[in-house]
Design a protein around this ligand. Structure first.
Ligand code: PMP
Ligand code: GLU
Length: 393
């Protein structure tokens, strides 16, 4: 008999991490694989942030445990950041810091979900939300959004999905995988709906500063006092500051939920590595010029690679507004090459074109594939050239 819990038996491994590991394994075997799998900036963490980390090690500060929910100085830095980019300030008891936004999301679900509680998740969505809700015995209620509405959920759709068990709704704007951004009006309508029905809003704003071509990010929590009280913001330094390996995420919300999340952290991971906390203070409050340089590099990549991808036979692509993903619909491409399953199509691209993408299936989108453009332009251009050659063969 299996020794595994039903929880683990029912879980999927992270599709993004699995795709990236598979590409790395093939590369290690000597294959010339171009990997556009991971949403991970390819830049080295800016020097001022590295220096702050090194200093904290050398002056002995990084040697010790910190408060489980994060250093008070880091919470103050998060407050400075919130004031600057969200337009409102928060107290220390409204902030919790943890080991990556991914674990912060899990801590949120573990804090608010009782068995059977429902979380509305508009899809296509990032690969970890659904499994995390299941891990705490919640029920993920996925709502399929349509490409003609830029993959954005409407209040009508939310209302149709609402039951007396609905506890929270998840919003991720700019979105992984679609790159779409909700407008102020759309967010206002969703926020008012959530307030009216006392449904928590989990706002995963991790791509909020990665927006391009004049598009703007609006934080739902900044729209009104009532909406803010209903919202828990999740954010982190991984994407904006090119710090995926450092593993810092944080949440901002009402003290009751935040202290619940702090309890989860105190009984699981304890504090986020102290060295990362010191580095994050510098990231959030130090010189921001390198951040803008990285944003501009992503913008240039998007503007270069998008028209090339549009030329690939059978690929239909909506131009993303933020994050660093392209999410083409490949239904026609699959028909042209005789595939009915996007996983098989993605595997064929890997085996024959030696380009690793992530299957849309993991995002709840069986007609799409995801390309991350968080990699250098030469690799991107060559990858699209190979995909095109594969389609034209
Ligand atoms: N949310 C979204 C939408 C993401 O794409 C990611 C990717 N890593 C995360 C959260 C988690 O980020 P991290 O754990 O690196 O802070
Ligand atoms: N979020 C990134 C991605 O979607 C990193 C991998 C992960 O955590 O899923 O590729």
């Amino acid at each position: 008999m299996t020794k595994l819990s039903n929880r683990v038996l029912e879980m999927e491994e992270s599709v993004t991490l699995a795709a990236s590991a598979r590409a790395a394994a093939l590369k290690a075997e000597g294959r010339d694989i171009l990997s556009l799998t991971l949403g991970e900036p390819d830049f080295v963490t800016p020097k001022n942030i590295q220096d702050a980390a090194i200093k904290s090690i050398q002056n002995g500060k990084a040697s010790f445990y910190t408060a489980a929910s994060g250093l008070p100085e880091l919470k103050d830095a998060i407050n400075v950041y919130m004031t600057k980019f969200y337009g409102y300030s928060v107290a220390r008891n409204q902030i919790v810091v943890g080991s990556g936004a991914k674990f912060i999301l899990y801590a949120f679900f573990a804090t608010v979900i009782n068995p059977g509680d429902e979380v509305i998740i508009p899809t296509p969505c990032w690969v970890s939300y659904v499994d995390q809700v299941k891990m705490v015995d919640g029920v993920p209620v996925t709502v399929q959004t349509v490409e003609s509405n830029d993959f954005k959920v409407t209040v009508e759709q939310l209302e149709a999905a609402r039951t007396d068990k609905t506890k929270a709704i998840l919003l991720n704007s700019p979105s992984n995988p679609t790159g779409m951004i909700y407008s102020r009006d759309e967010l206002q309508a969703i926020g008012e709906w959530a307030v009216e029905h006392d449904i928590l809003i989990l706002a995963d704003d991790i791509y909020g500063r990665l927006v391009y071509n004049g598009n703007e990010f609006t934080a739902i929590s900044s729209l009104s006092e009532a909406i803010r009280k209903q919202t828990v913001v999740v954010n982190g330094v991984s994407k904006t500051f090119s710090m995926t390996g450092w593993r810092m995420g944080f949440a901002v919300g009402e003290p009751e939920i935040i202290s619940g999340m702090a309890k989860i952290i105190s009984q699981t991971t304890s504090n986020l590595a102290a060295v990362t906390q010191y580095a994050s203070i510098e990231a959030l409050t130090g010189d921001q010029s390198s951040i803008e340089e990285m944003r501009q590099a992503f913008e240039e990549r998007l503007n270069t690679i998008y028209p090339l991808l549009c030329e690939v036979p059978g690929f239909e692509v909506v131009k993303p507004q933020g994050a660093f993903y392209l999410f083409p619909n490949v239904k026609k491409a699959m028909e042209m090459k005789g595939f009915n399953d996007v996983n098989d199509f993605t595997n064929a691209l890997l085996e024959e074109a030696e380009v690793a993408l992530v299957t849309g299936a993991g995002f709840g989108a069986p007609e799409n594939v995801r390309l991350s453009y968080a990699t250098d332009l030469d690799t991107l251009k060559e990858a699209v050239r190979r995909i095109k050659a594969f389609m034209e063969a």
